[in-house]
Write a protein that binds this ligand. Sequence first.
Ligand SMILES: *[C@@H]1O[C@H](CO)[C@@H](O)[C@H](O)[C@H]1NC(C)=O
Ligand SMILES: *[C@@H]1O[C@H](CO)[C@@H](O)[C@H](O)[C@H]1NC(C)=O
Ligand SMILES: *[C@@H]1O[C@H](CO)[C@@H](O)[C@H](O)[C@H]1NC(C)=O
Ligand SMILES: *[C@@H]1O[C@H](CO)[C@@H](O)[C@H](O)[C@H]1NC(C)=O
Ligand SMILES: *[C@@H]1O[C@H](CO)[C@@H](O)[C@H](O)[C@H]1NC(C)=O
Ligand SMILES: *[C@@H]1O[C@H](CO)[C@@H](O)[C@H](O)[C@H]1NC(C)=O
Length: 277
Amino acid sequence: MGLNASLCLFSLTFLLVFFSTVITADNITQAFEKYSNFSTMNDLLIKTKLTIPISKYLTITLLAVSNEAITPIINRSDVELKNILMNHVILDYYDEMKFNGMKEKSIMLTTLYQTTGLGEEMNGFLNCTKSKGRVYFGSGVKVSPLVAEYVKALYHNPYNMSIVQISMPIVAPGLSLAIFPPPPPPAPPAPAPSPMNAAKAPGPRPADEDNASDTDVPKDTPATETAEVDSPAPTPSADNEKIEAADKAGTSSFACKAGLSFDVVLLLLLFGSFAGL
Ligand SMILES: *[C@@H]1O[C@H](CO)[C@@H](O)[C@H](O)[C@H]1NC(C)=O
Ligand SMILES: *[C@@H]1O[C@H](CO)[C@@H](O)[C@H](O)[C@H]1NC(C)=O
Ligand SMILES: *[C@@H]1O[C@H](CO)[C@@H](O)[C@H](O)[C@H]1NC(C)=O
Ligand SMILES: *[C@@H]1O[C@H](CO)[C@@H](O)[C@H](O)[C@H]1NC(C)=O
Ligand SMILES: *[C@@H]1O[C@H](CO)[C@@H](O)[C@H](O)[C@H]1NC(C)=O
Ligand SMILES: *[C@@H]1O[C@H](CO)[C@@H](O)[C@H](O)[C@H]1NC(C)=O
């Protein structure tokens, strides 16, 4: 038992040392400092104390929203604001090269909100979809609109921290009141009307599409279909590993704790019997 306890203590110490050395990643506040057009988001990250959890991740991507575009959410309650912002922190590294190199499909990105354990119906994930060479983002919740578009890269420290600009904040269902893109939207893919267009005639579509390809007119439809077909699969695979890993860590530390407390009880009993004598 004594051996078991010291082993547990040893592993606890090891974990502590391990994690304290892990907390060396980039400082998001400093990374943001030179981008005056993003000062509001920087302030909000500080105000909601999200800079602390963010600093604990070695690989992270922040979807940044400009001062102008972020105004619809700045007056939300602190809790709502924090939850919304957590949905803009991706627990993986995505820079310009990765978004550019992405295939025409949908992927699910895990965000910091997922780590709260409060995620519901995939609202801790973002749906990132590439369509016609452009990258769009929306909540991972089913049938959520892809409201935001990738604009440009702001900062990157390869494989550790990346900050990219998106066109507007993403508010997942259940976190706060939804925001929709302004009246003249950039050009979000419109899955609903596409079958009709494809069926009617390739003619009436604007030049834009002729340009893209004249061979595959119904391009829209298959693209989204394949995305639908193969996207649910990749989602759980990558993320399940993380979740599983977290679970394992959870159970092992619990086992360790249980072992420890058992030892403590034994020790107390021992002292108790000494005192009794
Ligand atoms: C970047 O991440 C790698 C592992 O992904 C890590 O070894 C390295 O220390 C990190 N660099 C910084 C500056 O945090
Ligand atoms: C990041 O830098 C800011 C200002 O430079 C500082 O106030 C803050 O404590 C730093 N955060 C971390 C986690 O090191
Ligand atoms: C900041 O925003 C202003 C107005 O929105 C724009 O004219 C300027 O180019 C932006 N600066 C940068 C560095 O993006
Ligand atoms: C937020 O609230 C402040 C003061 O309550 C007000 O001056 C400001 O116009 C509000 N901003 C928005 C975007 O609603
Ligand atoms: C094709 O698209 C490019 C850039 O989007 C544009 O400059 C060009 O004029 C387009 N060509 C046609 C035939 O529409
Ligand atoms: C992501 O959004 C697109 C467009 O709304 C949708 O077609 C696709 O099925 C979504 N992906 C997932 C995994 O829900």
